[in-house]
Design a protein around this ligand. Structure first.
Ligand SMILES: *Cc1c(COP(=O)(O)O)cnc(C)c1O
Length: 350
């Protein structure tokens, strides 16, 4: 029995959360959206529908926290967790088993900014019945790419990043079309209770109003910084799929209408010391491990965002001591470029 106006207790829902979820379902072109207290709570809720003995396939270069959580849950519940290379879908196909229940990947990888062919990956996975294909769309945002349109079953987001966009909210999201899976996940949301508070939902709704304008600026600034870095003799390599010579450029153009402000680069001849000096010399750009806010951030994945990876895992992903990941913000691009240039010089001064 419903109480007055359909709201009886805040864990089940409140008008602001319902409005936010309606808005998020619409922008990801899905039927149902569920918000969670954090991105990791959304991931954990998703993993909760797996049972002992189920096979879970996860791309090896996903967000470090996701990797950690998957290993933890798999060990606790006796889930058969296996990692795959989302850049090699022929090999991926061979890994699917009769008990495969879930495939997890990120459409653009972290921190190397490779692009995954989501449509093909979903098609291959769906050759087997009962496989849920889940993608973390945090790096792209629905402004540039809506994975449900490509045949993916469930879209996950850390809304703490581009969707909220102001680095002042921690929140997670799942969007899907399937009614039965939605009921299961909604029960986990209601009874597990990892829900966002109404004020955070209000802030996220405020952030969404400027999603389009922010994403356009992130993209324009990211491409300009990438092009500038390519010409700087201090730089070894720039990783940005929006550049025409990036190996995944055509794939990006085929499946997305643009790209966010995420890029990575390596500093020529830099070891741990010079990399750290570079980060500390930045003035406008903040040395921090998050991403997707209005302010530009930079970090070294090897010592911050991906420090929990083993040396072998780092090698496999391509993380070296001189690798910098940058979340390019929406400031005046000249200011960002000048700051990065001066910090590159400072990294090699005594
Ligand atoms: C930050 C992040 C997460 C985790 O989300 P939280 O909101 O920090 O819990 C998951 N995936 C990606 C790609 C992220 O960047």
């Amino acid at each position: 029995m419903m109480c007055q106006k359909g709201f009886q207790y805040g864990r089940w829902g409140n008008p602001t959360r319902n409005n936010l979820e309606g808005c998020l379902a619409a922008i990801e072109n899905g039927k149902h959206a569920l918000t969670f207290a954090t991105g990791c709570a959304a991931t954990w809720s998703m993993l909760s529908i797996l049972k002992n003995g189920d096979h879970l396939l996860c791309a090896f270069d996903v967000y470090g926290g996701t990797l950690h959580l998957m290993k933890m849950v798999a060990e606790e519940k006796g889930i058969d967790l296996e990692f795959f290379d989302a850049g090699n879908l022929n090999e991926f196909e061979k890994l699917l088993k009769p008990n495969t229940r879930m495939v997890w990947f990120e459409i653009t990888t972290n921190p190397m900014c490779k692009v995954v062919d989501a449509k093909r990956l979903a098609e291959i996975s769906h050759k087997r019945p009962g496989v849920l294909v889940v993608t973390d769309n945090t790096f792209m945002s629905p402004y540039f790419l809506k994975p449900l349109n490509l045949g993916v079953d469930i879209v996950m987001h850390s809304m703490s990043k581009y969707l909220n966009g102001h680095s002042d909210v921690i929140m997670g999201l799942l969007v899907l079309n399937d009614d039965n899976v939605h009921i299961k996940l909604r029960d986990i949301q209601h009874h597990g209770g990892a829900v966002p508070g109404p004020f955070d939902c209000y802030l996220a709704l405020r952030g969404l109003k400027t999603l389009a304008i922010r994403m356009k600026q992130h993209m324009a600034n990211g491409i300009q910084l990438a092009n500038h870095l390519k010409k700087n003799p201090r730089i070894e390599q720039v990783f940005h799929p929006g550049l025409p010579d990036h190996p995944d450029h055509d794939l990006l153009k085929k499946q997305a209408s643009g790209y966010s402000g995420m890029l990575a680069f390596t500093i020529k001849g830099a070891g741990e010391k010079e990399t750290s000096k570079f980060l500390k010399a930045l003035k406008l750009v903040t040395y921090a491990g998050s991403l997707g806010g209005c302010d530009s951030l930079a970090e070294a994945p090897g010592s911050l965002s991906h420090k929990y990876l083993s040396e072998e895992e780092k090698r496999k992903v391509g993380i070296t001591d001189n690798l910098i990941r940058c979340s390019v913000g929406i400031e005046e691009v000249e200011d960002i470029i000048n700051d990065v240039d001066q910090a590159l010089e400072a990294a090699f001064k005594n």
